[in-house]
Write a protein that binds this ligand. Structure first.
Ligand code: NAI
Ligand code: MG
Length: 497
């Protein structure tokens, strides 16, 4: 199969200026940065390095568009979101290739990102139609609690699943009647900039504005801008704290989706070892492990430990590492040299800490893609207090902990700063329910992992952040309540005795 694509046939713009007020600006005074293919080093396009001036313009455009957008009916907003979903669907293969080249992940996975994005836009197109205000009669009248859009939302997203991230942010904010200024990640801007081309055809000018650039420039300017009324961020805990402070300074609401160190727990009564092995591998290696919800810690019961580890290492070695564009590739390359070095640094730290390397651990060279950081699926036997069992690595590295005592295991599973995801494998409903009750995580999956069916709430507890995305409740993050209390005619003040 020919996996080489001619970049010139992809219809990329040579330079992506900021998308403000419905059009791409020609230039950015601060210049541009290159979008490169992390697998080959090939130059894909140039992207504007936005600064405070472009962010200010974008926020002004979003503010100008807000009153009219807020006044549109939910039917109109719903219809436009559906149109956007259809446009992405028609452009699915091109967007998939663009993102595959831009982020280095396997093409089949990246196609799934865009399918997920389509389902997000459709979900919120539907959800907003039934997002009804509530109210009830009260003495001498009634009240209604109206849900109103907040205003201009400043949204900052990471590089790991850019299409999903853009949809997670845009769909609920727009459905609820807000306008948006969104900053994509400097490692993965292209599919978001291409999304802007579709948005330009569908949404009124200024409803969506995209300001690509670096975090400390465009990102910092966006979080500090007085015209932004709501902040939403997905990324590292370190930057999440900075965004939280920025929100506190201006007293605007902030929602955060940060890192994770998901515990995937195997009980002794599982029926099908191979199926659980497959789940554990997808949980940890999907996205080359560059996923906040990854099940990057595997708690294996002592009674099946040796058999399971044998099957796991055989299966891990079988995962195909290869060219991202190849449809059969399972493990592509990491997003950047920086991320590659970070992951190799953790592998080194694991060895130095005395963790047992079971499989993998090295960088692999892929023909024609020698530039890229392709890291072998790596499995370590660890103690839960080791750094590689505590810190988010964001690479294809699985830390396995042996357990015997249930109470100790639950304590260890909860024994990280994170609380995003967890998995439980057992044949006993009672065991599953008890573990689900006791695990400190926003998502618990029973006999599976990472199943984010559309509408299932997704968000963290502890240092994994706050605010559920991907669900009806997300609309609450993008609205505030206005209580309006009615009385038929003016009478004595209600408090008169
Ligand atoms: P990051 O948190 O620095 O980047 C995420 C976004 O924040 C990007 O758009 C970036 O430009 C922006 N940003 C950076 N500094 C900013 C600032 N001062 N003000 C406003 N925005 C700012 O993540 P990074 O450095 O790319 O990855 C480091 C680690 O973070 C990863 O190895 C992983 O452990 C974690 N991470 C978690 C993600 C998640 O989905 N929860 C996604 C990406 C990274
Ligand atoms: Mg790139």
């Amino acid at each position: 199969m020919n996996i080489s694509v001619s970049i010139s046939n992809l219809g990329l713009m040579p330079i992506y200026g900021p998308f403000i007020g419905g059009t791409f600006r020609d230039s950015a005074p601060n210049g541009t940065f290159p979008a490169i293919d992390p697998a080959t080093g090939e130059h894909l396009a140039d992207v504007a390095r936005c600064g405070a001036a472009e962010v200010d313009e974008a926020v002004r455009a979003a503010r100008a568009a807000f009153p009219a957008w807020k006044a549109t009916s939910v039917e109109v907003r719903s219809a436009l979101l559906l149109k956007l979903a259809d446009a992405i669907e028609r452009d699915l293969e091109r967007l998939t290739i663009i993102d595959t080249l831009d982020v280095g992940r396997a093409r089949s996975e990246v196609r799934g990102d865009h399918l997920k994005a389509i389902s997000q836009f459709r979900y919120f197109a539907g959800a907003i139609l039934t997002y009804e205000d509530y109210g009830r009669p009260i003495p001498n009248g009634y009240f209604v609690a109206r849900r109103e859009p907040i205003g201009v939302c400043g949204q900052i997203i990471p590089w790991n699943v850019p299409a999903i991230m853009a949809a997670f942010k845009l769909a609920p904010a727009l459905a609820a009647g807000n306008t948006v200024v969104l900053k994509p990640d400097e490692n993965a801007s292209l599919s978001t900039m291409e999304l802007a081309r579709h948005i330009a055809e569908i949404f009124p000018p200024g409803v969506v504005n995209i300001v690509p650039g670096y975090g400390h420039e465009a990102g910092a300017a966006l979080t500090a801008h007085p015209g932004v009324s709501k902040l939403s961020f997905t990324g590292s805990g370190e930057i999440g704290r900075i965004i939280s402070h920025a929100g506190a300074d201006r007293l605007v609401p902030v929602s955060l989706e940060l890192g994770g160190k998901g515990a995937n727990i195997v009980f002794p009564d599982i029926e099908d070892v191979d199926a659980v092995v497959d789940n554990a591998l997808v949980a940890s290696m999907y996205c080359n492990g560059q996923s906040c919800l990854a099940g990057s810690r595997l708690f294996l019961h002592d009674s099946l430990y040796d058999d399971f580890m044998h099957c796991l290492s055989v299966a891990a070695k079988r995962l195909t590492i290869g060219a991202p564009m190849n449809e059969t590739t399972r493990i592509g390359c990491l997003v950047s040299e920086k991320q590659g070095q970070r992951v190799l640094g953790y592998i080194d730290a694991g060895k130095k800490e005395g963790a047992g390397l079971v499989v993998g651990g090295g960088r692999k060279s892929v023909a024609g893609h020698e530039f890229g950081y392709f890291i072998e699926p790596t499995v370590f036997e660890v103690r839960n207090e080791m750094r590689i069992a505590q810190e988010e690595i964001f690479g294809p590295v699985l830390s396995v902990v042996r357990w015997k005592d249930y109470e100790t295991m639950i304590q260890e599973a909860n024994g990280t700063v994170y609380g995003l995801s967890a998995g439980v494998y057992t044949s006993s409903i009672a065991t599953a329910m008890d573990a689900a009750n006791r695990l400190e995580a926003g998502s618990i999956w029973i006999n599976q992992f990472s199943n984010l069916a559309t509408g299932v709430p997704f968000g963290g507890v502890k240092e994994s952040g706050h605010g559920s995305e991907h669900c009806r409740e997300t609309l609450n993050l993008y609205t505030h309540v206005k209580a309006v209390t009615f009385q038929g005619r003016v009478a004595a003040p209600w408090y008169a005795v």
